[in-house]
Write a protein that binds this ligand. Structure first.
Ligand code: ARG
Length: 679
């Protein structure tokens, strides 16, 4: 459990304890009051009030029990090992974590009696006056001391911490400032060393404990359209997988296709009527959605057909090979369509649709029944996420005996925990499914499937809107086909490149690569660079803008950085030789500033791997690019004479350009965006 989590739980426990106390006082008053003087209706009211309070009291007390058991479970803090020699760092270091270690030791030495004092390290912001990072622990610690009746103030606390701060090769100096901030200034030799390591060994991920992580994303439904919501899930999910794989996790990419359910009855019935020899000849269905609409129409209008559709469902679910074959045919048509989108966007995913869980659904229903967790409700069987029956229950068995989306997700989580041995379970869908997944989590916990730290992590995202801020539609009001959307992206990106005269500079092959990188890159980046929780407005004009935080701007910036060494006619081999000689030097203020931004890569990556908000990675990419511009404005990398001949090459700056390019390339790679060397 993270420290922040513990803090939050403690705060909630304290709050709940206060509430319990208040209720107890109320109850006390009620009980002690002489009830005989109260008239009957008033007495009734008081008694019901009493009942209600008792009920709330019980809930709160249970909550406290649950939360404090979590607190007790926490392992005692291990004394961290500090880095004492920069040569022991091989280029991957989460700076903020090491600073946290340093100040943990300082604070524990200064206040050994405080149990688990807060260690808060943040970036200092843009003003170099406040150092590079700061430790903001002095204020909360002085509060804690006050609560123990120890007189002090934040400045005094800050000074005490400062006096106990162990030396570190990462830190040049620490200063107490303002009301009790500890400003931390980084050490240049350390930064130079880490950046030089990136040139020598490449970008390595910060070390983390390897986990098995299931990422459920994309997941469109067979015979229905794959809409922009699925596009978002696909883009975000792919990026999450790339990030976690970069950190060396064992990632299982799952396409939870909607490939099971009663709609297949009517599809199969329709298929059998339309293409009687479907078993020997593959039916030429090109537009499965039209096919779906036709069968739905017949289903709604024709009683005979309806009956047939129902019997098809029964045959299918009992595993009749003919019906399975028909079902497979239908799935394949859809799957081929989906693959077109995946190929273009370079998505890797394993199909494992709802049908995979058919037998597992039977088992889980049985188990839930046996555990007494199901309740009958007008012929159906439901399950509540909490014993208090709050929220909306899952429908585990419908009144006709059929299973639902809820049933399949209960079977799914069980499979992922018990068979896959997953340790993190990520689901990428629109925010509208938030409650569904919260209830799945709660029910899986009640059923004993999820225990301890295991949980359902719902990665929600908002809807895609058109530029009119209404639901994303074509001009004629139809829903947009994803393939058409991508074709339009390709067309627009080519227009943009031609507008800039790139067709005259690039070879046709280079132009095509640039066109695709820009088209798909801009669609992905526009999605990923916004806070996913919010709705987002799909606008080709905005995403193809070459100014601001867009893929186009950043891809251009990267090609420009990469071309600096090329124009100086310095080869990578030459640069590496220079690295062996001297390594990076961050002498100029602008170099130092850029160096410090690049140093933050591991902490940005680790943060995103926790909260799964990819827009922070995009913001970081943009920050690198703007800090680079500042550096490039102020620092010559190559000096030329009046006639344009190179007179001096600043190798150390070229090295810094190279590191910048490598970090940016890695960010693009994680975002799933193709980079190009020329555009
Ligand atoms: N097919 C669903 C939809 O289109 C998404 C499935 C998400 N994954 C899951 N395990 N429920 O909304």
């Amino acid at each position: 459990m993270s420290d922040d989590n513990t803090k939050a739980i403690e705060a909630r426990t304290i709050k709940a304890e206060k509430e319990v106390k208040a209720i107890e006082e109320e109850l006390d008053k009620l009980i002690k009051g002489d009830l005989s003087y109260v008239s009957d209706p008033q007495l009734d009211k008081l008694l019901t009030e009493n009942e209600k309070l008792k009920h709330r009291l019980a809930i709160l007390e249970n909550a406290i029990k649950a939360e404090s058991s979590q607190i007790v479970k926490r392992e005692p803090r291990k004394r961290p090992m500090l880095i004492t020699n920069i040569n022991s760092i091989e280029g991957t270091l989460c700076l903020v974590d090491e600073l946290k270690n340093i100040f943990t030791i300082a604070i524990e030495a200064a206040y050994p009696d405080l149990e688990d004092p807060p260690v808060v390290i943040t970036l200092s912001g843009n003003n170099p006056k406040f150092g590079d990072y700061q430790c903001n622990s002095a204020m909360p610690i002085s509060q804690l001391l006050k609560a123990k009746n120890i007189k002090t103030n934040p400045r005094e606390v800050a000074n005490n911490i400062l006096n106990r701060t162990p030396p570190s090769p990462l830190v040049e100096k620490v200063e107490v400032a303002g009301a009790g901030f500890l400003n931390i200034y980084l050490n240049r030799p350390f930064a130079e060393h880490v950046l030089t390591c990136i040139l020598k060994y490449g970008i390595k991920p910060p070390p983390v404990k390897r986990e098995r992580i299931v990422v459920d994303f994309s997941s469109p439904n067979i015979a229905k359209e794959m809409h922009v919501g699925h596009l978002r899930s696909t883009i975000i999910g792919e990026s999450i997988c790339r990030l976690l794989e970069f950190l060396n996790h064992d990632v299982l990419r799952i396409n939870h296709l909607g490939d099971w359910g009663t709609q297949f009855g009517m599809l199969i019935a329709h298929l059998q009527d339309q293409f009687p020899d479907y078993k020997t000849e593959s039916p030429p269905i090109s537009d499965l959605q039209a096919f779906y609409k036709e069968s739905k129409k017949r289903f709604d209008e024709d009683e005979e057909f309806k009956k047939k559709a129902y019997s098809c469902v029964v045959e299918l679910q009992s595993g009749n090979p003919d019906f399975i074959a028909a079902w497979k045919l239908i799935c394949e048509v859809s799957r081929k369509e989906f693959q077109k989108v995946y190929d273009r966007l370079n998505i890797r995913i394993i199909d494992r649709g709802e049908s995979f869980y058919q037998s597992r659904m039977v088992t889980i229903v049985k188990e839930l029944k046996e555990k007494g967790l199901l309740e009958e409700d007008e012929g159906r069987f439901i399950m509540w996420g909490s014993e208090e029956r709050t929220g909306i229950p899952l429908t585990i068995v419908k009144s006709d005996g059929g299973y639902t989306y809820d049933t399949s997700d209960m079977a799914t989580i069980k499979q992922r925990v018990q068979e896959e041995k997953g340790q993190r379970f990520i689901y990428v869908t629109d925010v509208g499914q938030y409650n569904h997944f919260a209830t799945i989590d709660a029910c899986a916990r009640r059923a004993g499937i999820l225990t301890g730290d295991l949980k359902v992590e719902h990665v929600g995202f908002g809807v895609v809107l058109g530029e009119d801020k209404k639901k994303f539609k074509t001009r004629s009001g139809d829903t947009i086909k994803l393939i058409d959307l991508m074709d339009e992206g390709l067309k627009r990106s080519l227009d943009k490149l031609v507008e800039k005269g790139r067709d005259k500079v690039l070879t046709p092959e280079e132009l095509r690569k640039a066109q695709e990188a820009v088209a798909y890159g801009c669609i992905k980046y526009a999605d990923l660079s916004h806070n996913r929780i919010n709705d987002y407005i799909f606008s080709f004009d905005k995403m193809l803008d070459d100014k601001g935080n867009t893929a186009v701007y950043l891809l251009y910036a990267l090609t420009r950085i990469q071309s600096i060494a090329r124009t100086a006619q310095v080869s990578t081999e030459q640069l590496i030789q220079e690295v062996e000689k001297s390594g990076i030097k961050l002498t100029h203020e602008a170099e130092w500033k850029l160096g410090k931004v690049l140093l933050r890569f591991p902490e940005v990556i680790l943060k995103v791997s926790n909260d799964l908000f990819l827009h922070s990675l995009c913001e970081y990419l943009y920050e690198i690019s703007s800090t680079f511009t500042e550096f490039y404005d102020k620092c010559y990398c190559v000096e030329k004479d009046k006639s344009g001949n190179i007179v001096k090459i600043f190798y150390e700056r070229l090295m810094l350009c190279e590191v910048t390019a490598r970090v940016m390339t890695k960010c693009f790679d994680i975002l799933g965006i193709q980079t190009v060397s020329k555009m």
